[in-house]
Design a protein around this ligand. Sequence first.
Ligand SMILES: [Zn+2]
Length: 397
Amino acid sequence: MSKQPLAETPCTRRSPVILVPRSKIPDSTHAELVARSAGRCEFCNVFLYRHPLTGERGNFAEDAHIVAFSERGPRGEEDRPADINNIDNLMLLCRPDHKLIDDNEERYTRPFLELRKREHEARIQRVTEYGPSTQTTVLQLKVKIGSQVVEVDRTETFEALFPRYAVADPHIIDLTGLGDEEPGAFYKLAADLIRRRAALLYEAGSDLERTRHLSVLALAPIPLLVNLGNSLSNKVATDFYQCHRTRPENRWNWYEGAPPARFALRRLRTGTDPAAVGLVLSLSGAIDIGSLPAHVDERFSVYEISPVDAVPSTGLLRQKEDLEAFRAVYRNALAELRRGHPGLKVLHVFPALPAPAAVTCGFDLLPKVDPELRIYDNVKTEGGFVERLSVNAHEQQ
Ligand SMILES: [Zn+2]
């Protein structure tokens, strides 16, 4: 209950605004209060150094005592702090809220105001703690591989990203709802969904606009991964992660410290038609040229990127540097094919790739410069390589 007679009007109240000249509060304390509150009212969160309606600059902040400077002021008779101007007893407030809480001390009690101050300052601390370079936006794909839904464990994501921090829930492109289509239709629908969802990442107001960094943790059939990479913008720094499935924990962490794997491009066959070119990517497994589809005949020149001094295997990419080494060779290979096959419009790609390498195959394509890629998938139940998707088709751009 109020200690003041109810008839008293706010104008006659001994508000600390009137009683306490601002100079009584040390400049350093005032500065710290503004810093802790981020210059915002600790009651309504309005920014106090710009007029909320006109946008004009100005100082609309008031230093307010929780326990009043005077014993006769609001909450003034409570267990008074030794130093009434201690920062723990001060709130930065807008003028209307200052008046509201001092005119209604029975409602705006000391514990209530102390909690409000604590929560506001903790929130400011939390949202300003991490600089831009330590934030990231996480992108994941959710797919069925066989009958199993593949999802990425949150703890493993955190471990893989460290010392970056995801600022929001991961963006998950969920393809599991498309699972019952026949394969041709499924790939088209999935590729379309991936493109549309990926485009949303780059729209104004998305958290990627704030973080300026994307982390991709994706497992899916290879053609969809290439499509995913091709749907991402290389204008935003992007990191790619690999799931090391045989590792007992922290499966998405890159290994560190060994010399990077090496890769090289070689020509397996020179074809009769300079515009017919195939590219075999033998990383997670060796691909025999004899296993390519029948229409990839003697007209086709066929090239291969494979590891140097190592056997293709699913555990080949262990470190981030291994992926970077592959990307450099892949980009050079595209340039070499453009030079060696002028007018090359369509490149047929036969991939056996770890997931992040597949994503970068789409990501690293130069629109309008590199050829359209026809991506095949090795499907045992269909007897070998089947064309699944086209990316970087020039008429789409
Ligand atoms: Zn306010």
